[in-house]
Ligand binder design. Structure first.
Ligand code: ATP
Length: 318
């Protein structure tokens, strides 16, 4: 391979820029020509890319979001659209692509592999919902943001003798919620893996109050409840004054933590090395602090690891 394109796709995550920087710098070190694709698969299809310069990636490693932008581009599921993208790559003589994104982005990459482009995927998503890797790029930054926010919410909740429901991201993967619950000592936790009924939440809140807690923090993953209605219900049934806070997009933003920058940097350098060695159609993972690759379609169809031990530890600690 001679020319490699880099894109970020799906939800942005802190650390994506650190990965882009690492890929560009490693490519130059290895004598390759890196290209930056703007707005994910949308830009790939429209030929919205340019040859990278070293100056493009200077100082970007500490920035949140993605400086090469992202896009949701469902049209990429159509083969005619992907053919157009491949034509654009061929016109420029680009033979390989690094995709940084979540599982949807991985499927897009694997479809391009089937059509003759060499690809490699990096896990860029805050949810930590990619089963083959211990951690995804952005997870630790989002977790830190959540923990800091809950510490602040805890102060007002304690001052006012209340309960607060905190809704966090992670629709199908409760890793942000459970890790935040362990870190903050939240008394009640509900995620897609272990969803409580509203009645169970009420009971656990009452129990927490009986055990002498002035402040009760209830962490729930997004899309499980109407949290404002649930707060009213808790208040009506328990007499505990209850509020709801949806943390929302601040969880996605912010400067990446050192941990995410290092993970992204290592994965980016590793991805370029693996492409040069001839690997394609694979995703990069970190498992027990070792970098590995695995077939992208296998990654997408893997079941996420069982979280029972984490839930057990949370139950013991809270
Ligand atoms: P996040 O987990 O942060 O949402 P994601 O990568 O899973 O990230 P998606 O919106 O699912 O986010 O996918 C990103 C892009 O990947 C889509 O907008 C589309 O361009 C492409 N993509 C997703 N699924 C497919 C598919 N089945 N075939 C081809 N391309 C796809």
């Amino acid at each position: 391979i001679k020319k490699i394109a880099i894109l970020t796709s799906g939800g942005d995550s802190p650390g994506m820029n650190s990965a882009v920087r690492a890929i560009v710098n490693t490519a130059f070190k290895k004598g390759l020509e890196p290209y930056l694709v703007y707005e994910g698969y949308l830009g790939l299809t429209n030929g919205n890319f340019k040859k990278a310069e070293k100056s493009d990636v200077k100082l970007i490693g500490s920035l949140g979001g993605t400086v090469i932008y992202s896009a949701r581009f469902p049209e990429f599921k159509k083969v005619e659209v992907r053919k157009k993208a491949i034509e654009k790559l061929k016109e420029e003589g680009i033979d390989a692509l690094v995709t940084i994104g979540g599982d949807g982005s991985y499927i897009g990459a694997s479809k391009l592999t089937e059509m003759g482009i060499k690809t490699i995927g990096l896990p860029g998503t805050i949810d930590n919902d990619i089963a083959s890797t211990d951690y995804t790029i952005g997870f630790h930054t989002a977790l830190d943001t959540i923990v800091r926010s809950i510490d602040q919410i805890r102060e007002t909740t304690e001052s006012h003798n209340r309960a607060t429901i905190v809704e966090v991201m992670g629709r199908f993967c409760g890793d942000l919620a459970i890790h935040a619950a362990i870190a903050t000592g939240a008394q009640v936790l509900s995620t897609s893996e272990r969803k409580l009924t509203e009645e169970e939440i009420i009971k656990e809140s009452q129990k927490a109050r009986k055990e002498g807690n002035r402040s009760i923090i209830i962490i729930v993953s997004e899309y499980l409840y109407d949290v404002n209605a649930l707060a009213k219900k808790i208040e009506a049934e328990t007499n505990i004054e209850t509020r709801a806070t949806i943390l929302g997009y601040p969880q996605r933003g912010g400067r990446p933590t050192a941990e995410d920058r290092i993970l992204a940097g290592r994965m980016g350098a590793f991805a370029v090395e693996k492409l040069i060695e001839g690997e394609t159609g694979v995703a990069v993972n970190i498992v027990n602090n070792k970098l590995t690759t695995k077939d992208i379609m296998e990654v997408v169809s893997m079941n996420r690891p069982n979280k029972d031990e984490l839930f057990k530890q949370y139950d013991l600690i809270k």
